[in-house]
Ligand binder design. Structure first.
Ligand code: ADP
Ligand code: MG
Length: 471
């Protein structure tokens, strides 16, 4: 028998199919198919995923059979081989033409660009976009005492991803201190040294949405898990968002174990150290500690100065030394704040055609610093509420139903929702393990009281003022 006959047969089939379906569809669904063999009346093709197989069966099986029958006779049978993630192909006998199996499958209902990556066919050819921002690289990431360990570990990981003592790498620290930047820099550097490695950056929120989209649809969850299991370097940003999300945590746990056992690299970021992460399962937390846990701290004056110099150089703007010194001393909070101050200064100078002088800097930072008061966190809110009512933090977090404590707790939840971007679930988790419905109820209660009770309204606005004043 001629060993390449199956190729010829498939080519002929494709010619016929091409004539009857639109070119874009043909391109999408048929080009990833590989003819594998022809044995007797059994024709085997390889498809990239179960999802593609089902889509083909649902939409194109009649075309395929028509063509196949013409080529190899009425008793033609079609067998799919689904290319599996771990390179362990699975044979899956399919319908013959009399009894097509039409399983229900998730048909894309939205624009393809909005779909999760794992639902895009032909995935196994795997040109996954790592979702990395080229500006978040190592050469832009200024080194200081505040990030030295993280930076060095990141470079070591990039040299031998998965095969180092820092797996997983858990980066934590306050908002705007460079967690996302560092995590992405590692990804970029790996891609630079190992272009073939599959690197993926995903925010915890996006992962969660993908999981929720997949969880209720037959086979989609498997596709979701399979997709993540073939990643070589998985960067998960802001894992604290998983608080109280049991299903998502389970899915991630599963993926985490699989990747770690296969020697793949895991990188996570979080706004808190593992010990302080509430609402996350113990088994996940303990795994986070297996590798390296490293904190990014606020940069020192010297580092702030260097960051400012680097940024203004990049923008092609020369700032007088005294202005740089001044800015570095003013914006003592996060790097994000520092950048904000610098860019408003530059923007102002460009827009108004003024030169950047100490005068201008002083005028602007007075304004900026008072507008962008320090980042408000759930912690700070709870502190402020407790000190305002003169109660102790532990009491507030306890289960007590005493009226004034309940009230303080509700105000803290309300402010958490209005003054931060924290999710309801995460707010609840941080106030003694309440669920998201309880937080929502608290917020509604407080809103009602503000409208009906003048004293109450005063309390809330006093606390808000406390929070907006600089530390
Ligand atoms: P986080 O994820 O911790 O909230 P980001 O990584 O988003 O913070 O950083 C906030 C901004 O500060 C980004 O624009 C980032 O490029 C910048 N940045 C943070 N750390 C540094 C650093 N060490 N050098 C240069 N830029 C930095
Ligand atoms: Mg971030």
């Amino acid at each position: 028998m001629n060993g390449s006959r199956h190729i010829q047969v498939w080519d002929n089939c494709l010619q016929m199919i091409k004539d009857v379906i639109p070119p874009a569809q043909f391109e999408t669904w048929f080009t990833p198919i590989k003819p594998v063999s022809l044995l007797g009346n059994k024709f085997t093709i390889e498809v990239p995923s179960d999802w593609v197989r089902e889509y083909l069966e649902e939409h194109y099986v009649s075309f395929i059979f028509k063509a196949l029958r013409k080529e190899i006779g009425e008793d033609a049978r079609l067998i799919y081989k689904v290319q599996m993630v771990q390179g362990s192909p699975v044979m899956e006998p399919s319908s013959n033409v009399q009894q097509p199996v039409n399983k229900p499958i998730p048909v894309p209902t939205r624009d393809i660009s909005l779909l999760n990556p794992f639902t895009i066919p032909g995935l196994q050819k795997l040109n996954i976009d790592p979702q990395l921002n080229p500006n978040y690289n190592f050469s832009n990431f200024i080194e200081g005492e505040c990030n030295r360990l993280g930076r060095a570990a990141g470079l070591a990981i990039a040299k031998s991803p998965g095969k180092n003592a820092f797996n997983p790498m858990f980066i934590y620290g306050g908002s705007g201190l460079g967690k996302t930047h560092l995590a992405q820099a590692i990804g970029l550097e790996i891609k630079r040294q190992y272009p073939d490695k599959i690197v993926l950056y995903v925010t915890a929120n996006r992962f969660m949405t993908q999981y929720m989209d997949a969880v209720n649809v037959k086979n989609k969850l498997t596709d979701f898990l399979n997709f993540y299991q073939m990643i070589d370097v998985l960067i998960l940003d802001d894992v604290q968002e998983f608080a109280e999300k049991q299903g998502t945590q389970n899915a991630y746990f599963h993926i985490f174990n699989h990747l770690q056992q296969s020697g793949k690299q895991l990188i996570l970021t979080s706004d808190k150290a593992p010990v302080d992460l509430m609402g996350l399962e113990q088994r996940l937390l303990s795994r986070f500690k297996w590798g390296l846990v490293t904190e990014l701290k606020a940069p020192s004056y010297a580092t702030r100065l260097e960051i400012l110099k680097a940024k203004s150089l990049k923008d092609g703007i020369q700032l007088p030394e005294e202005v740089l010194n001044f800015l570095a001393s003013k914006a003592a909070g996060s790097v994000r704040e520092l950048e904000g101050t610098l860019s408003s200064l530059i923007a102002h100078a460009i827009l108004c055609g003024e030169s950047i002088t100490m005068d201008l800097a002083q005028k602007l930072t007075d304004r900026i610093v008072s507008v962008s008061a320090p980042e408000i966190s759930i912690d700070r809110i709870q502190d402020a509420v407790c000190s305002y009512f003169g109660i102790n933090r532990d009491t507030m977090l306890s289960k007590t139903r005493k009226r004034e404590i309940v009230q303080a707790r509700q105000i803290a939840m309300y402010l958490g929702r209005n003054l931060t971007k924290t999710s309801l679930a995460a707010i609840g988790a941080q106030i003694g393990g309440k669920d998201h419905a309880t937080v929502l109820h608290a917020c509604n209660t407080v809103s009602d009281l503000i409208e009906t009770d003048r004293n109450f309204k005063q309390y809330v606005s006093d606390i808000e003022k406390m929070l907006k004043v600089e530390e």
